[in-house]
Design a protein around this ligand. Structure first.
Ligand code: ZN
Length: 373
């Protein structure tokens, strides 16, 4: 065995993941923390039943659900987010930019009409949570995408959510087929109508795939990361942001493989006679911090410009367990950033608050959500 480099699974390797007492030494200075990526994974159970009946009705319309199934009392709604609130409180985050369960979007199931009904139902529940807890949650919507259907069909629901429900963005699925990539790349004009509306409403999109229908790709372990990496490479090879200079996209899960392979992407851009990455896409593309170990977060923070990094945890979501090498939840991402004591307070503020405020234009919803006033 070679010496010097810890072997995977060894004690030395595990220790490298150890995070000592939050190194946010000046953490006594209270810094608001906005988590830009949370999903309503704890919605009341009848929502699942509604979806099951919706899917059953694809074969037998008599099985179709009714909206009466979703008449939850305020107490039921409050109960459904207690675990989310507890995590916020324990981890020291303040407000979560909150969207429907990502895997639940499953745009590959049913028709565009089914996706619209399902999106409305899910978005309305997000609105209820955000209304009950305006200091803790700010809404982002699911879109009624459907494979092979131009995303023009999403404009109405996006407008409703932003203008009527006070949402600050949407999740845009780059692959509504669920792992088969049957629609054109995100940079194709196919997508332009939704970009025009995003620009007009001045809200960003998080590029977020949904469940995988392709057994080759585990949804959160492969399909999500593939989707993030694929979107980044699509942006790199296109002039999308010349056409939409104010369009803002967040690539979640730390940007997939992009930060780790930054040299490859810089080199590819150079070989293709593309402009440098900062000029090409870093005025428009942002990365969240949903990376579930300290060294991964450090790499992200050191490679990607701080102005392009938004704090997020995706809790309660993809990975729910506790890391035995740290005894903390893998998705408690704030700890990893707190431990990066080489970050300046100004940079830390950008990651925790300033960048999200800017990208989501949160000042516009300050009246509705005092947490961001
Ligand atoms: Zn997510």
């Amino acid at each position: 065995m070679s010496v010097g480099r810890p072997q995977p699974g060894s004690r030395a390797c595990a220790n490298r993941e150890k995070i000592d007492a939050p190194a946010n030494r000046k953490a006594n200075i209270r810094m608001p923390v906005i988590d830009c990526h949370g999903h309503y994974t704890t919605a009341p159970k009848p929502l699942d039943e509604y979806r099951k009946r919706q899917i059953a009705a694809l074969k037998d319309p008599a099985q179709g659900p009714t909206r009466d199934m979703l008449k939850f009392s305020d107490d039921e709604m409050r109960a459904s987010v207690q675990s989310q609130l507890k995590f916020q409180s324990e981890r020291g985050t303040d407000v979560t930019i909150f969207s429907p369960r990502a895997a639940g979007m499953s745009h590959h199931i049913g028709t565009a009409a089914v996706s619209l009904d399902w999106s409305q139902v899910c978005n309305d529940l997000i609105h209820r949570v955000c209304t009950l807890y305006p200091n803790n949650f700010i809404g982002v919507c699911q879109l009624p995408q459907s494979p092979g259907v131009r995303p023009d069909n999403c404009i109405g629901e996006l407008e409703r959510c932003v203008k009527e429900l006070g949402f600050v963005g949407c999740n845009l699925n780059p692959d509504p087929s669920g792992g088969y990539w049957t629609d054109p790349p995100l940079t194709d004009r196919w997508w332009y109508p939704i970009y025009e509306k995003l620009v007009e409403l001045d809200v960003p999109a998080m590029v977020h795939v949904s469940a995988s229908a392709n057994p080759n790709f585990h949804h959160t372990g492969a399909h999500y990361i593939n989707g993030d990496t694929t979107a980044f490479m699509q942006f790199l090879t296109s002039d999308l942001f010349k056409d939409f200079p104010t369009l803002r996209m967040i690539i979640p899960h730390g940007g997939g493989a992009a930060p780790y392979h930054w040299g490859r992407y810089r080199g590819l851009a150079q070989d293709m006679k593309r402009p440098p990455l900062d000029e090409l896409l870093l005025k428009n593309v942002y990365f969240d911090t949903c990376v579930y170990h300290k060294l991964g977060i450090e790499l992200l923070l050191k490679i990607v410009p701080i102005d392009n990094i938004l704090f997020a945890s995706e809790m309660v979501g993809a990975v729910r367990g506790i890391d035995p090498t740290t005894s903390h939840y893998y998705d408690d991402t704030k700890r990893y950033i707190d431990a990066a004591d080489w970050l300046s307070d100004a940079d830390r503020h950008k990651i925790f608050e300033g960048n999200s405020r800017k990208v989501y234009r949160l000042d516009r919803v300050a009246a509705r959500h005092p947490a961001v006033a």
